[in-house]
Design a protein. Structure first.
Length: 205
């Protein structure tokens, strides 16, 4: 893990700041990876381009989104990493059951992650209708063979690395029925909703 910075020692950034950097990175970015830090609220790490704290505060950890960061194994070139500051004691078990721990993703974090995803995807022309270019670390790990369950297979890929990554595998649908949902689909769906909202497509609904 990279250097940790305390959120209380930094000045929060805005979605407009994220959009400005995404505009500057247009043409360089092909993928967006969504994470949690596996640390604690208030702790931001410079492995990621952007960190989002418990209250939804955004912290941009670089001067340009096209700077290479070490956030996703073998997938860091031309890629942006955005992470929630949480899940320090989260656990995933052999049967794929899990416990998000004492500092799980908050509703505000999830909504701001979706908004940041919407902005970056919009400015960098990344599609949100599949996990081809916008995915959670868990989805990337499943594709590359170091996700969960250890020793099993996901989509025909053997999961053979005990140092598994399952970031955002499931997230609570706070704004819906409150149930746990597939994390990637939940964030991409929310991001697409925000894009449509900003374009005025929900008016009159």
């Amino acid at each position: 893990m990279g250097t940790m910075y305390r959120a209380e020692d930094m000045t929060p950034d805005s979605l407009d700041d994220v959009r400005r950097l995404a505009q500057n990175a247009r043409g360089f970015i092909t993928d967006l990876y969504l994470h949690w830090t596996a640390g604690w609220y208030g702790q931001c790490y410079d492995d990621y381009h952007i960190c989002i704290d418990k209250d939804g505060s955004i912290y941009i950890m670089c001067d340009q989104l096209y700077r290479r960061k070490n956030h996703t194994w073998k997938r860091n070139t031309n890629a942006v990493g955005v992470s929630l500051c949480c899940c320090g004691d989260a656990k995933c078990f052999d049967d794929c059951s899990f416990d998000l721990g004492s500092e799980p993703p908050t509703m505000k974090q999830i909504e701001v992650l979706a908004q940041a995803t919407a902005v970056i995807a919009d400015e960098c022309d990344l599609r949100l209708d599949s996990n081809a270019h916008v995915m959670t670390h868990c989805e990337a790990a499943w594709k590359d063979g170091y996700g969960v369950p250890y020793g099993g297979e996901v989509n025909g890929v053997k999961q053979d690395d005990p140092d598994l990554r399952w970031d955002l595998m499931k997230l609570p649908d706070y704004c819906g029925d409150g149930e746990m949902k597939d994390g990637g689909n939940l964030i991409r769906g929310k991001a697409a909703w925000y894009q449509a909202e900003w374009r005025g497509e929900h008016r009159g609904d």
